[in-house]
Design a binder for this molecule. Structure first.
Ligand SMILES: [Zn+2]
Length: 169
């Protein structure tokens, strides 16, 4: 298996984790795993809502690799809120979460199995197992049993956005 430069110094690693772009460390880890598993995928899927980081249209799955801070990983200690300009941050975070939800809902409607991978999860030693489990391997792309991996479909109900309190300007 070829080696990817997965180890970087802590400062660089932190800086990278704050920037969501192709090629961040968590995404490289996911890519390396998928490759090792023989899964084929495309990156930067701009034609799909939310531009999932990795997707395979014919196998009908999409993966978002999310930074815990920007995308508000629930109950994660990295999902902190800066004390300064608190309101600005809260609004920004809320918009991000809403956008993520909308993207997921839209892709699930297209029949895609949508998987979210969090930055902190990608650093766990058992990440490969976790990812394989979440991708429902063996159903999603090995046997081509389409529709076998859509367990998340029913749980993702649309949240009426208008019901959410709008912050006053
Ligand atoms: Zn996290």
């Amino acid at each position: 298996m070829k080696h990817l430069p997965l180890r970087v110094d802590p400062i660089t690693s932190r800086r990278m984790s704050l920037i969501r772009q192709a090629g961040t460390t968590p995404e490289l880890r996911v890519r390396a795993l998928l490759t090792a598993l023989g899964a084929r995928y495309r990156i930067s899927n701009r034609d799909l809502e939310g531009s999932p980081d990795l997707a395979n249209r014919s196998r009908k799955w999409a993966i978002f690799v999310h930074g815990c801070f920007w995308h508000r990983h629930p109950a994660c200690k990295r999902a902190t809120t800066p004390k300064r300009n608190r309101r600005f941050w809260l609004e920004k975070f809320e918009a991000n979460v809403r956008r993520d939800h909308r993207a997921r809902t839209s892709l699930v409607r297209l029949g895609l199995h949508v998987v979210t991978v969090w930055e902190c999860e990608s650093e766990r030693p058992d990440f490969d197992l976790l990812l394989a489990k979440r991708l429902n391997l063996g159903q999603t792309w090995s046997g081509g049993r389409k529709g076998g991996a859509v367990a998340e479909r029913s749980t993702s109900k649309r949240r009426p956005e208008d019901a959410r309190p709008r912050s006053a300007r």
